[in-house]
Design a protein around this ligand. Sequence first.
Ligand SMILES: [Zn+2]
Ligand SMILES: [Zn+2]
Length: 698
Amino acid sequence: MKSIYVSLCPNCGGEITDEELVGRGVCGRCVLQDGRLKPGKYTKALELEEEYRAFADFFSRVVGSPPWSLQRTWAKRALLGRSFSIVSPTGTGKTTFFIAMAIYQASKGKKSYIIVPTSLLAQHIHERTLSMAAKHGEKAAKIAAYYSGMKKSEAEEMLQKIRDGEFGILITTDRFLNTRFELLRGKKFFYIFVDDVDSFLKSPRNIDKILLLMGFEEKEIERHLKLVSARSGESEAEEYASKEIARPDSVLLVAGATMKGRRTKRIRLFRRLLNFEPGGSIEFVRNISNMYLHQSKKMWEQVAELVKTHGGGCLIFVPQTAGVESAKELAKFLNSQRISAYAYEKMDTKMLKRFELGEYDVLVGVASTRSPLARGIDLPERIRYVIFAGVPRRELNVSWREHRPSMLLSLIRNLYSILREKNESELVQVMGMLKKCVPTDREVLESVREGLESSKQPEGFAGYVYSAVTRAHQLLKTCIGEEELRRVAENLDMKIRVDENGISIILPDIDGYVQASGRSSRMFAGGITRGISILIVDDEKAFRGIMRALETIYEETFQEYSLEHAREEFKQCDRDRQFLREVRTGSASIESLDILRSSLIIVESPTKARTLAYFFGKPARRVVDGLTVYESVGEGYVACLTACQGHLVDITTSHGFHGVWIHDGEFVPMYVDIRRCSKCGEQFTDSEVCPNCGSDKY
Ligand SMILES: [Zn+2]
Ligand SMILES: [Zn+2]
């Protein structure tokens, strides 16, 4: 025994020694003679544990293996009735978890709703839910699903089921929620799972709809929406819900990363009512072999040769600057070379299925973070490699009449190092002004545009935006001359053109590269599949930019392509896919694959918690009992980070010799928790009331 904590038995609030804390976690008086726990604060935790065990048994039965570390954490949170953002890579079992939870809840008569971005996924999840529910046997849950591609009679039958509420589990796309909400209005769901929050948030009103389905009152939602719009200036911390908000007992789980910079009214509403913020990014875990080769002949012939050498399961990306037309042309060319290729321009679930089944060897698209081929496609078994037919690059066109501050800011940021030498003070001021204008309301943008046309400064905030925009124009016009153009050409990884219409720059698109190449590598229950990316260099400068950014941001390097090296890489790549297939079909054991561990890190200062969390990636954030908790993913773990906000204990003043107990010739310090008066802020120990103001709230 090294120390005694006078008031810290987590069950009864009495004295507990360090050994007892580390050992069974409660003090000696809390363990009854028959070994059971005396009723106290831990009773709830025990109840949760029991409920969790019931769920875990159920899970093992329908899934075939017990929940992994992360699934255990999610299950406990959900059973506690907390809504949260699931931060975890694809394939680590969040869908499995949710389906199991939905079936479990259905067996208790509670409805669940699974919302996915595409019909293909809806169908896929529908099939999995049916097969998992069948394993549960005795009283299989009623499952309703609706997606495009269903037979007409089946679709009608489903709609009727949905209308009548004749289901325990509902599976649809987010489009369905948006367009057919009237079928769902008035129904209450206890568990809602949004599989791709970014797609879901494309229609911000989906948030209102989800809140209604969770059981929030329409009037309440409107009231809080007004509150958050009125207080747009308040800090994020204040936006989180206060305890007074009555929350229904429904649980909302969202998965997937959000695009950066969403700070809309409805996201604030979300934070306020649900205590968490959707998002968190997991793009940091990649396992990709980046190879490049120089353009030696006609690029398309080179592409065809690569595909003939390495086989199907390939995505090909053309630079954004070449555009969709070029993707189509390339697909046509490949087909003429007897490679079955298809230009994938928009989300097309049937086409994906055909690609997955091997009817097509190749899908061709545009390399950009918005390209439907680069995002939302999750076929880790099928996609073996990615070819870039040209370095991913994007064009930024800003005319001399450009009225959008965001565009001007983005251009100026890219030319920063050049502009700075010419007129630094003006540059800093203009950037400062533009930053204040972003994001800009549509009405404000409209009056700025009108103002620019008539050369008249609008009133109010639009006037401020107007002057920021005109000063930006001026800065760009006066600061870019022959000399600057030459320096851009020499020093930056971009191409620039300035003429009477405006400025246009062509930039290496590192985000596009990472997003698109990332399709070939996926974290799954057994690790991260090895993916291969082959880039054909048609623009040395842009390639230099991509290479540099990949090294500094992602710590990955490029290797020159050689057939021998590529063959070795493909061996690894195909081994991983074979294993993935075995894991999926259940022929490989998944018991030892607890690859992502859930962990908790407590630091003292909230700022430090935040800094550390961003160090790991872009964290998800939620608030538990007023305490902000960040959650980030690293290789091998998911870490929750939070701060204790100061010291927790101090030496007591009321026991022992000034707080030290002398026992058997040893000195044992006795600690007591530090309390802070919530009325006057006074810190004190050893007292039930504030010695300063007498308040008993701390
Ligand atoms: Zn106790
Ligand atoms: Zn006080």
